[in-house]
Write a protein that binds this ligand. Structure first.
Ligand code: UDP
Length: 254
C-alpha cells in the first residue's frame, strides 16, 4: 500500500475546471492529487521571425511554479535574475507535447501561447500541465473556430502524460512528491490516443535500470495514459467530436 492508500497502478484523482479565468481563450484549473496547476491558452496574430510568410502558426509554452507552491518558498525567477533550468526544460516538453497534436498549417500565422502556473506542487507537475493545457487548447481552438471556421480541425489527437517510477523494489504509477523523492528510477511518458509516443523521459536517479524494468514501467505508464485519455474524452464530450478527423492537412503551400 502506498502512503496515500493507492494501489501500485492507481492514478491520483484528477479534477478539472474549465473556463477558469476570464480573458484567456481556453483556461483550466487541474488538480491531480495535491498537485494544482492553472493552464491558460492565448492566441496572438503574429509568429516568430523564422515563420514569417510561411502561412504556418506556432505554439509555445511557459511553465512556472509560484513561490508558495513548494514546502520551502521558491524564489521567483525575476528576483534571482535568471530563468530556472528545470522550468525551461519543462516548458519545452509542454510545447513539444502540444505541438505534436496540432496542425499549425491550419492555424495560419498565429502564435498559441500556453501558460502553466503551478499553484501547489506534489509531484507530476509537468504531466498535470500537459493534461490541463490539452483541455485548455481544445477549448481555445473551439472558441477560435466560432469566428475562424477552420477548413479542417486543427487538433489531430488527444495527448496524455503520466509519471511512473521504481520506489524501493516496487513499480508505481503517478508518483507524488514523497514517492518521487525516494524513487530509484523516474519516468515521464507522453502519448497520443492512437498509442503513439510523443516523449519518454527516463532517469536512473539512484541506480541504472534494466531493459526489462523499462518495459514494465512503460506498460504501466500506458495503462495510465489510456485512463487519462478516457477522462479527457469524457470531460470534453461533444467538444472533442472533431478530434481525429484531420489526417494530414496539406496547407496553402501546396
Ligand atoms: N519540487 C520542489 N521544488 C523544486 C522542484 C521540485 O519542491 O524546485 C518538488 C515538487 O513537488 C515537484 C516534485 O519535486 O512536483 C518533482 O519535481 P520534478 O522536477 O521531478 O518535476 P514534476 O514531477 O513536478 O514534473
Amino acid at each position: 500500500m502506498r502512503i496515500d492508500g493507492r494501489q501500485k497502478n492507481e492514478l491520483r484523482k484528477i479534477h478539472i475546471i474549465r473556463s477558469f479565468t476570464k480573458y484567456a481563450l481556453g483556461s483550466v484549473f487541474i488538480e491531480q492529487g495535491d498537485t494544482k496547476v492553472v493552464c491558460t491558452v492565448m492566441i496572438e496574430d503574429k509568429v516568430p521571425p523564422f515563420l514569417k510568410g510561411s502561412q504556418e502558426g506556432w505554439l509555445t509554452a511557459e511553465y512556472n511554479m509560484l513561490p508558495s507552491s513548494t514546502i520551502m518558498r521558491k524564489q521567483r525567477d525575476i528576483s534571482k535574475g535568471k530563468i530556472d533550468g528545470r522550468s525551461t526544460e519543462i516548458q519545452r516538453l509542454i510545447g513539444r507535447a502540444l505541438r505534436s497534436v496540432i496542425d499549425l498549417k491550419v492555424i495560419g500565422e498565429k502564435t498559441i501561447w500556453i501558460d502553466c502556473d503551478v499553484i501547489q506542487a506534489d509531484g507530476g507537475t509537468r504531466c498535470a500541465s500537459i493534461i490541463g493545457s490539452f483541455i485548455a487548447l481544445v477549448d481555445a481552438i473551439n472558441n477560435l473556430d466560432h469566428t475562424n471556421h477552420f477548413e479542417v480541425y486543427p487538433v489531430k489527437n488527444f495527448v496524455s502524460a503520466v509519471s511512473v517510477g521504481i520506489v524501493g523494489n516496487q513499480i508505481y504509477l503517478d508518483l507524488n512528491y514523497y514517492e518521487d523523492s525516494k524513487a530509484n528510477v523516474d519516468m515521464n511518458i507522453v502519448m497520443t490516443d492512437d498509442d503513439s509516443i510523443i516523449e519518454i523521459q527516463g532517469t536512473g536517479e539512484e541506480r541504472p535500470f534494466t531493459i526489462l524494468e523499462k518495459d514494465r514501467l512503460f506498460e504501466l505508464a500506458l495503462e495510465g495514459t489510456k485512463d487519462i485519455i478516457l477522462l479527457e474524452r469524457d470531460l470534453l464530450g461533444k467538444d472533442a467530436i472533431r478530434i481525429g478527423e484531420n489526417k494530414g492537412y496539406i496547407g496553402n503551400k501546396q
